[in-house]
Design a protein around this ligand. Sequence first.
Ligand code: AHR
Length: 645
Amino acid sequence: MLLVLFSYHHATAQSSQAKLPKGGKKISDHLFGLFFEDINYAADGGLYAEMVQNRSFEYNPAERREWHPLSYWEYIATGFSYGRISVATDKPVHANNPHYVVLEVEHIYNSAGAVGLKNTGFDGMVIKKGDSYNFSVFGSLLSKEPVQVKLQLQNSKGDTIATGTLEINAAGWKRYETILTASAEADSAVLSVLAVSEGKLALDVVSLFPQKTFKNRTNGLRPDLAQLLADMHPGFIRFPGGCLAHGDGLGNMYRWKNTIGPIEQRVEQRNIWGYHQTAGLGYFEYFQFCEDIGARPLPVLPAAVSCQNSGGTWRIGGTGQRALPKNEMDDYIQEVLDLVEWANGPATSQWGAKRAAAGHPAPFNLQYIGIGNEDKITPEFTERFTMIYQAVKAKHPEITVVGTAGPFPDGEDFTKGWRLANQLGVPVMDEHYYKEPEWFISNQYRYDGYNRDSGAVYLGEYASWGNTMQNALAEAVYMTALERNGDVVKMASYAPLLAKQGFTQWKPDMIFFNNKTYYLTPNYYVQQMFTANQGDHYFDGVIVKDDKDSLLAGSCVYNSKSGDVIIKLANAGQAAKKVKIDISRFHTIFPGASLTSLQADTSAVNSFESPGNVRPETGIVNVAKKFDYTLTPATVVVIRVSTRK
Ligand code: AHR
């Protein structure tokens, strides 16, 4: 707990609602948000709470040479019982979900005997004592007599910590479910699905979810990770990527319609980052999560071209960008338009009815659609983007389309992307850059000179290369400049967001996790300090500092909803620095302001072993209409001053 006291001149504590003082510049009230991509096992095995890996037997060697439909499953026969297992495709539960398992139980030797399958989860399953888990499976009886099934969770020593039973009793696919309640903790449990009577059955979509998901939603999210994102109070969430959105070749593009509806009907596919996507965390779940935490949904759809790095272009010269054939463009454009109807249309509309059927009759209030992800601005892209953009604009003028300006802060795609945007009048453009911390310091004035009469900016992906305090400081300096330019920079999101220990394809990231726990990087804390403390008006001249000192930065915003004046300061230097703050233009201020401070050596990092090395402290600071504030070296501070009772 911090308590910093200042002598103050004339702070007046009045209860009257203060008027917004003159001189404020209107800025985006949802400037800071989140970028979510299923990279680093962020979705399956991460935020998506499903515990069974390869639940639908759809893993295959095209994803990884060693993968097959029974990956992460083991055949088990106990107590001298025997049978056989095979993978079939002739009568699937749904055409989108072609593989399933056939279990023939030829002989059950005695009451201890069983024949079945064991799933090892995503490197084991974390089970909590006393918690309940929803088990479900699609089964079809292929023999005459019903087959009795025993379910068990076992810890790494082989002790059974939860059990359940089912009877597969009908020919034809039917969903069976039961609840398993754990009698003990386990860090690395396995789930067994065991037939204990003789017969033949087909099984698919074997699922185990904790009942405790975020907001207890079915098919929901891991509550600890989801809460971390909620705690940031993001203004928006971009999803599903990143490169995942435009995909590794045309067949791998993320098509939103494939990801809605009952999970057994969704189209699973290879993840561009080298693993598998079940699409269990699909568009409905993304939109629901946005609504649950008060963030605007920002779906990014492919611009009818695949990633320019398709086929591993960056390594060995792959296939590069591919474009949908012209004769498929009408259907593709309709797919984009249908998303608006699905999200915002009445429950009686064709696509709105699908949203309602999934349990959400009210519209989701979609405002933005991103078209394209840092694509190469080729003639093929240009033509397709233009067609999609014009169709959305014509049919849905209420939707703001976000275009794309390539993967770098400058260069050919950047220039061509912006040129196209200016020709078409695209209202917001997505810029991406990953750079050294020094770049962020020396480029903090980038947006001061941006043309206010052309499209606004969505800084959709950015990060300095690293997760040290120094990186976080550079990002904090830059973010004060984003606020200063919040009239032209409408949205910004650090990337990537989540990374699973041992399954990471990209670093740095904001949050590192494993099945059991997580740690937050200094970068997360900076993001949280800015994201949870947004305003809607920016005030120049509040913070007086040495203009030549680029390692010292500050911003002042006003939040009209809360009536708070929010001052952010970042000192990325090695010496203590003093700033003068003048908030006398705000008629009323309350002297006891809330203070959040993040301070650490520039080389400091967090880790699973030392998650609390770098973390913010909170407290109260007494402020006045004019006051001085001294920042210790390597410090980021947020001071939130109330102007209302
Ligand atoms: O954030 C990781 C990747 O970086 C994204 O998928 C891609 O858009 C960018 O190149």
